[in-house]
Design a protein around this ligand. Structure first.
Ligand SMILES: [Zn+2]
Length: 552
C-alpha cells in the first residue's frame, strides 16, 4: 500500500547513512490480519501495523508489514477483527471520578430500594457515626417515579450520616443525621446561591440541598484523602476507561492535586490513558508565576487549557438560554461568571500562552464566551489559540459562523441523547435540532470532539457513536434528527479531532507512521453494524503506547 511503499523508499534513501538509528529498527510487535480503519485520508484502510518503542513503525498490507518483522518480533493474528485509533474523551473528570469510585457508593441504580441496599452494605463496613457517601444518583432513572427523601435515607441508615450526590454534581440528598452534623434545622435560612428544600406540606427538611448549601456539609465531612488515594483513583479509573477503548482523556476541571495524581500514577506505571490536564482558573496565578503554560509535560501527562465557567448545566437545566425552558416561562438558566470576569481571567491566560476552555452550554453562554474570545484575539492576536467551548450545547447559525471564524473547538456531550433521553423534553423538539450539534459543526468545517463529561455523562465510545449517529435514546425516542452524523464522521470526531483539541494531532488521533500506537480492537465492525446496536459492539483489546491496557 501507499504508506508502505513510501516507507520503503524512505528506508532505502537512508541506506547510505549507516549510523542512522532507523536502519536497525525492527518492530517489537506486529499486528496482522486486521480490518484497520486508520482515520488517515491518505490511506484509510490497512491490514497490519508494526510497533516499535510505543510508536507506529509501519502500517499497510500484511505482506509489506510482515516483511519488517524479525524473529524477535511478537506477531499477533487479529483474525480480521476491526482496529480503530484509540478514542479521545475531550472533556471528562476521570481523576475526580476515580477517587469517588474508591470512596463512595455508586448509586447509578434503578430503584430506591436498590440504592438503600447498596448504602446498607457500605454502612455495615463503616463504624457508626461515620459518613457514608454516595454518587451518580439520578432521580430521573429510578423506577419509583419520585426522588429520594430524608425518610428513605433515615430508614436505611439510622446510625450513619449519609450524603448522596446527584449525577449532575450540583445537588445532594441527605439523612437527618447528616443535616444535624451540618448544623441545618427546618428553620435554617437558605445561604446565598444555595437551596435547602422543604416538604411543602409540613415545612420539614425534604432531604435535598443544592449549589452553595453544599458548603455547609463540606465543612463537616472529613477529607481523609491522601496523595496515595488520588494516585489509586487514577489507577482505578484507568482500568475503567481502558476497558471501553479510551486511550486519552482531557481532565476538564483540573486541580494541582489531579496533576500530581497523574504524575504519581504515571511514575508507578498505573496510568493507562494520556491525560491533558486543564487547570481551573482558581489555581492559575501560581502556575503563571512558575512559567507553566499549555503543553508542558510529556505524551502521557500534559498541562492543558485554563478552565473558566460561563453558565449552568444541561442535565440539571441551569444552562443560560435565550428562550426559556419548556413549560417554565421566565426560566432562562443562569450565568456563573460575568463577561468582565471571563475577560480578565481569560486575558491573563491568553497573554501567558495558555489555551482557554470555557464551560458554555446555552446559546447565551456561548455568545458571551465567544465575545470574550473575539475581544482577546482582536486586542492581542495569537497564532492558533484553539479557544475551546466546553460543551457548546445550544447553538444557532450565527454562533456556528463565529466559532468557525475564530477556529474555536466545541466539545459537545457525546452520549447525552442516548443516555439522558428523559431530560431532553425540557428543551423541546425544535431546540434539540440545535443541540449537541455535530452535523452543523462538521458541515461548517469545525473540528468538534467527543466528550463524556463523566461522571455526569457515560464515557463509552461505542455509546457515543450510537448516540451521535442515531440521535435516539435508550427507549427509542429521536431527539434532534437534523444533527445525525455518519459512523465514519463520529469515529473521526472521537479520535483525530480530540487530538487536535490538545494540539496533539501530529502525535495521535489516527494510525500513521510515527504516531503513538494507541488503538482499540473491536469484536465487530462499526461500519457494517446496524446503527441501533453500535453500543453493543464489544471492545476486545485496547493499546496505548504499544502496551495492551485492556484485554478481554
Ligand atoms: Zn465537565
Amino acid at each position: 500500500m501507499l504508506i508502505q511503499a513510501n516507507r520503503r523508499e524512505f528506508l532505502g534513501a537512508l541506506g547510505a547513512f549507516s549510523l542512522f538509528p532507523l536502519m536497525t529498527e525492527t518492530p517489537e510487535l506486529v499486528l496482522f490480519n486486521a480490518n484497520i480503519y486508520t482515520v488517515n485520508d491518505q490511506a484509510p484502510q490497512a491490514q497490519a501495523i508494526a510497533v516499535s518503542g510505543g510508536k507506529i513503525l509501519a502500517i499497510g498490507s500484511n505482506a509489506d508489514v510482515m516483511n519488517l518483522a524479525s524473529a524477535g518480533s511478537q506477531k499477533i493474528d487479529l483474525g480480521m477483527k476491526t482496529v480503530l485509533p484509540g478514542f479521545i474523551d475531550a472533556h471528562s473528570h476521570p481523576a475526580m471520578a476515580g477517587v469517588m469510585h474508591l470512596r463512595m457508593v455508586d448509586c447509578d441504580l434503578r430503584s430506591i430500594a436498590a440504592i438503600e441496599q447498596a448504602l446498607r452494605e457500605r454502612a455495615a463496613k463503616t463504624p457508626a457515626g461515620e459518613w457514608v457517601l454516595g454518587f451518580k444518583y439520578d432521580d430521573t432513572k429510578t423506577s419509583d417515579g419520585r426522588p429520594l427523601t430524608i425518610g428513605d435515607l433515615d430508614a436505611a441508615l439510622p446510625d450513619h450520616p449519609v450524603q448522596i450526590e446527584h449525577r449532575g454534581g450540583h445537588t445532594i440528598y441527605c439523612n437527618s443525621l447528616a443535616f444535624q452534623k451540618a448544623g441545618i434545622t427546618d428553620k435554617t435560612p437558605e445561604p446565598p446561591g444555595g437551596k435547602i428544600d422543604h416538604d411543602p406540606a409540613t415545612g420539614r427538611l425534604s432531604g435535598r440541598a443544592a449549589e452553595s448549601a453544599r458548603a455547609l456539609f463540606d465543612k463537616v465531612i472529613p477529607n481523609r484523602l491522601t496523595r496515595d488515594d488520588h494516585r489509586e483513583g487514577v489507577k482505578l479509573i484507568s482500568k475503567m476507561l481502558a476497558k471501553t477503548g479510551i486511550t486519552s482523556a482531557h481532565e476538564a476541571q483540573g486541580t494541582p492535586t489531579d496533576l500530581l495524581a497523574y504524575q504519581d500514577a504515571h511514575q508507578a506505571g498505573e496510568l493507562l490513558y494520556r491525560a491533558y490536564c486543564f487547570i481551573n482558573y482558581r489555581f492559575f496565578d501560581s502556575m503563571i508565576a512558575a512559567g507553566v503554560r499549555t503543553g508542558l509535560g510529556d505524551d502521557w501527562v500534559r498541562v492543558g487549557a485554563m478552565k473558566l465557567v460561563c453558565d449552568g448545566s444541561i442535565s440539571e437545566r441551569t444552562a443560560r438560554l435565550s428562550q426559556p425552558y419548556e413549560g417554565k416561562p421566565g426560566d432562562y438558566g443562569i450565568l456563573v461568571m460575568t463577561e468582565e470576569e471571563l475577560y480578565s481571567y481569560g486575558r491573563k491566560a491568553h497573554m501567558a500562552g495558555w489555551q482557554i476552555g470555557t464551560h458554555a452550554n446555552g446559546d447565551v453562554g456561548i455568545d458571551t464566551t465567544l465575545r470574550v474570545y473575539e475581544r482577546l484575539q482582536k486586542e492581542s492576536p495569537r497564532r492558533d489559540p484553539r479557544f475551546r467551548l466546553e460543551h457548546c450545547t445550544v447553538i444557532n447559525d450565527d454562533l456556528v459562523r463565529r466559532i468557525k471564524a475564530l477556529g474555536a473547538i466545541p466539545t459537545p456531550f457525546s452520549t447525552y441523547v442516548y443516555y439522558h433521553g428523559e431530560k431532553m423534553r425540557y428543551y423541546g423538539a425544535d431546540r434539540l435540532n440545535h443541540m449537541f450539534a455535530l452535523r452543523s459543526f462538521l458541515d461548517a468545517g469545525i473540528r468538534a470532539t467527543q466528550a463524556s463529561d463523566y461522571p455526569p455523562g457515560e464515557f463509552l465510545p461505542m455509546m457515543a457513536l450510537q448516540s451521535e449517529v442515531t440521535r435516539t435514546d435508550i427507549k427509542g425516542n429521536v431527539w434532534g434528527a437534523k444533527q445525525k452524523v455518519t459512523v465514519e464522521e463520529a469515529i473521526r470526531v472521537g479520535t483525530l479531532h480530540g487530538a487536535y483539541a490538545s494540539y496533539e494531532e501530529n502525535l495521535k488521533g489516527s494510525l500513521e507512521v510515527g504516531k503513538v500506537a494507541d488503538l482499540v480492537v473491536l469484536g465487530r465492525d462499526p461500519m457494517k453494524e446496524a446503527a441501533s446496536t453500535l453500543v453493543t459492539i464489544p471492545v476486545e483489546r485496547t493499546m496505548a503506547g504499544g502496551r495492551w491496557t485492556y484485554e478481554s
